[in-house]
Design a protein around this ligand. Structure first.
Ligand code: ATP
Ligand code: MG
Length: 369
């Protein structure tokens, strides 16, 4: 595991404000390809910490290494070109088109025109804005959320290994924000950047972070994976900051895939009802999942359904909506279990193939761990 970003006792004292350390002996290691969300109360030093990484703010003391190189030894201009930066409130240039906005850093790096255009088109596709429709528009002709996405695309223009994002979704309403977060995570899954992501929203920090860096008055209070922070908060400040609903937050974070019981008993559609009845008795269950030859979910059968005359299970199979993709959260899964009458949830992949099952007792067990 390569450490892409390393902070070592990083301290910032602003001139004229010598009585406070805006950032106080901050140290952490961030592995390549991970997102670190930086969170904490207003004024705790999040923006300051972030801006020291690309040297927009000079360090008072301490060291920052990117991929093993001390940033103080790197040329500032080169450094900034090699770090994608998304500032608060988007910061697109209003007098430039979307294509020109995205092209700013590639141009500075001396890329040729074709390469820049190709790159801009690819990035727009990545963020789900059709290039032919958006390339030549101006920022004011886009919605806030679309502008935000362009901000992210622009920061990714020259494929920098590290990205710094200061409250990138701060100004967006909750619904679009959720959408942007999901889209961002989908992209990150492919591009695997090392990202420092500032937010003041603890839910966003938990959702987006592989690691959370929680600051208080410039000091690091806890640096940990979200699940660890939720189960083992370092002190009362952390548990207060996480809120009283830590268990629910864990439900939101955990995925069905991690909680399900894999390879549940299933019966193939062309089997006989006799066999299904025998399985129900043998396994001491109320119902059986019916699948096709590809193991795709077709429905279920119970004793009542099997009373009817039929030569194949398929003919008495009852449909069910009690299934969800493995990537869904436990929270959504739990809510689904309560809405359907099966008493458990069938976990499927994108092709609706049965992967596992989950009931409320399984969820309770997971939360107890
Ligand atoms: N240029 C400056 N000169 C003096 N003090 C500053 C300067 N910029 C920030 N500070 C102080 O440093 C501390 C950290 O500020 P910073 O902007 O890093 O906080 P933040 O965590 O990003 O807050 P917010 O959530 O409100 O954006 C604050 O006490 C702030 O008042
Ligand atoms: Mg800030």
């Amino acid at each position: 595991m390569n450490i892409m970003l390393k902070l070592e006792n990083v301290t910032k004292i602003y001139p004229g404000a010598e009585h406070i350390k805006a950032v106080d002996e901050l140290s952490f290691d961030l592995p390549e390809g991970e997102i670190c969300t930086v969170v904490g109360p207003s004024g705790c030093g999040k923006t300051t910490a972030m801006k020291m990484i690309n040297r927009l703010i000079p360090l008072t003391s301490g060291k920052i290494y990117i991929d093993g190189q001390n940033v103080n030894r790197l040329d500032t201009i080169e450094l900034r070109r090699n770090i994608g930066y998304v500032i608060q409130n988007i910061g697109l240039f209003p007098n430039m088109t979307i294509a020109e906005n995205i092209a700013v850093v590639p141009k500075m790096k001396g890329w040729d025109k074709n390469r820049i255009t190709e790159r801009a088109e690819r990035l727009l596709e990545l963020i789900n804005l059709p290039p032919e429709e958006f390339m030549d528009r101006y920022p004011r002709e886009l919605s806030g959320g679309q502008q935000q996405r362009i901000g992210v695309a622009r920061a990714m223009a020259t494929d920098p290994p590290i990205m710094l994002m200061d409250e990138p979704f701060g100004a967006i309403d909750p619904i679009n924000r959720d959408h942007l977060q999901n889209e961002f995570l989908r992209i990150q899954d492919k591009v695997k950047k090392t990202i420092v992501f500032v937010t003041h929203d603890i839910d966003e920090a938990i959702k987006m972070g592989d690691k959370i860096c929680l600051l208080k008055a410039g000091k690091l209070v806890q640096f940990a994976a979200p699940e660890t922070m939720l189960t083992e908060p370092a002190n009362d400040f952390v548990s207060d900051f996480l809120g009283g609903d830590r268990t629910l937050k864990r439900l939101n974070l955990l995925k069905l895939k991690a909680a399900m019981r894999p390879d549940p008993p299933v019966i193939m559609e062309e089997e006989s009802p006799e066999k299904a009845k025998a399985m129900l008795t043998e396994l001491k269950v109320d119902n059986l999942i019916v699948v096709d030859a590809e193991k795709r979910l077709l429905g279920y059968v119970n004793h009542e359904a099997l009373e009817k005359e039929a030569d194949e299970v398929r003919k008495v199979t009852r449909p069910t909506d009690s299934f969800m993709p493995a990537s869904s959260s436990l929270k959504d899964g739990l809510s689904e279990i309560f809405t359907h009458d099966l008493g458990y949830l069938i976990v499927v992949d994108d092709d609706k193939k049965v992967l596992g099952v989950l009931n409320t007792e399984d969820i309770r067990e997971i939360l107890r761990r």
